[in-house]
Ligand binder design. Structure first.
Ligand SMILES: [Zn+2]
Length: 182
């Protein structure tokens, strides 16, 4: 791959960022070795890059050992940060669950007592009373319904018996008439 100066200078950023493939890198190295003007261009960019790195790393670029120590520290901070975020996420999930349970309890409480709000210790007895009253009246209603049913069925039985008796009487009458007619 033969490079002209324009192409070589377009590859400077790629060289610094280490994104050139092997073929491009070989061509780039061959060109800057032979071309003083492209080498000068590379040197300028590379110096700027190092200077920016130096500012970014607060001196790290000039001291590889320090740079490694800081990188390890940064990795530790990243891991710690992600652990803390995980804990926060768990707490929020737990809080959301607690809120959902609270909402459900309030709703159930409302359905039972007809009142909004939670049953607190002081109100617990009242709420129990209300609940008891409710179940009592439910029982009463059930008993009333049962009694009504029994009464109805008794009335029905009586009516059926009456009809049966009347039919029998009619039948007997007819038979008697027939016998008398003969
Ligand atoms: Zn050149």
């Amino acid at each position: 791959m033969e490079l002209d100066c324009r192409k070589a200078q377009q590859m400077i950023n790629g060289y610094i960022a280490d994104t050139l493939d092997e073929r491009e890198l070989q061509a780039f190295l061959d060109h800057v070795r032979e071309c003083p003007s492209c080498y000068e261009e590379l040197e300028i960019y590379y110096t700027i890059h190092l200077a920016l790195d130096y500012l970014d790393d607060d001196g790290g670029a000039a001291n590889p050992t320090l740079k490694l120590v800081r990188e390890l520290d940064a990795k530790h901070r990243e891991l710690y940060k992600s652990k803390v975020l995980q804990i926060i996420r768990n707490v929020l999930t737990a809080a959301a669950l607690a809120a959902a349970i609270l909402a459900a309890v309030i709703q159930i409480n409302y359905l039972i007592t007809g009142r909004l709000g939670l049953i607190f210790i002081g109100q617990e007895e009242q709420a129990d009373d209300v609940q008891e009253q409710d179940s009592q009246s439910e029982e009463e209603i059930t008993e009333e319904l049962d009694e009504e049913k029994i009464r109805e069925s008794e009335e029905t039985t009586a009516a059926i018996e009456e009809i049966a008796a009347a039919e029998e009487a009619d039948h007997t009458g007819e038979t008697e008439e027939r016998l008398q007619g003969n």
